[in-house]
Ligand binder design. Sequence first.
Ligand SMILES: C[S@@+](CC[C@H](N)C(=O)[O-])C[C@H]1O[C@@H](n2cnc3c(N)ncnc32)[C@H](O)[C@@H]1O
Length: 279
Amino acid sequence: MAGEKIITPPIKCQGIKTKLVPFIIENVQRDENGLWIEPFVGTGAVAFNIAPARALLCDKNRHIISFYQGIQNGIINSSTVRDFLEYHGSILEQRGGEYYLEMRSAFNQNYDPLYFLFLNRSDFNGMIRFNQKGEFNVPFCQKPHRFSKSYITKICNQVSRVSAAMSGRDWEFICCPWQNAFAGAAANDYIYLDPPYIGRDTSYVGEWSEEDAASLAGYAHQTPANVCLSMWKENQFRKNGHLFEYWSDFTWYEHSHYYHFGAKESNRHPMTEVLAIKR
Ligand SMILES: C[S@@+](CC[C@H](N)C(=O)[O-])C[C@H]1O[C@@H](n2cnc3c(N)ncnc32)[C@H](O)[C@@H]1O
């Protein structure tokens, strides 16, 4: 991947790791023959750029998994995506938020991965969130002209690149709870962990509790496989106590980035992210 542009996934989510990819690649040392395992694959940003020959990519969000399985088996490709987004994007342009809600209700009945893409790329902040009944409930981004020609082309190019990244590789996308991804992991395999934030709503899968986080740390310590955990460490207001309590025996690699509270330069706040790697 050296010298190549980073692959940006066609799906967006809170906590997407595209910006951390160079930092992750720099620090992950793995056996090329081992299996790359992600129990929380999300948008796939990390796997697509690590580009392992063999991978087990899991997530509890079945819509993400069906979307990538669709690309893998060719049912979803840049041309089906273009046709779909052009057709529904032009109706959205005429009917605005009312049509977005219609698409959202339809998706909550049909679970069609192209509807999922449409919603994910025209909802508020590219969020993924479901109510307790499992219904997608993110509001509209309030931009009826969302699916411009250039935006559709950008999404289609993202689909093509992801499809090329999968092609010829032995990758399996599975919808399952994270524990299943650890089963059978061997000493030359590599597990990359990017769990939800503790206490934050993880949509229909429920909260990611302190207990879940502690249990994950237990699995990570017990597996014979190599492990790399992505987690925030601190900002000027808070420290992540869980990281200090459960992961301090792993080797930490730190990376700071800035986030904004507003337009003013003085509102820039650094956040430190850690890769905690079992050595
Ligand atoms: C922080 S995101 C991963 C982001 C990913 N690394 C990326 O770059 O897009 C966490 C993911 O964990 C998934 N998740 C939450 N709870 C889960 C569970 N109990 N089992 C498996 N996956 C879960 C969510 O659906 C979400 O996609």
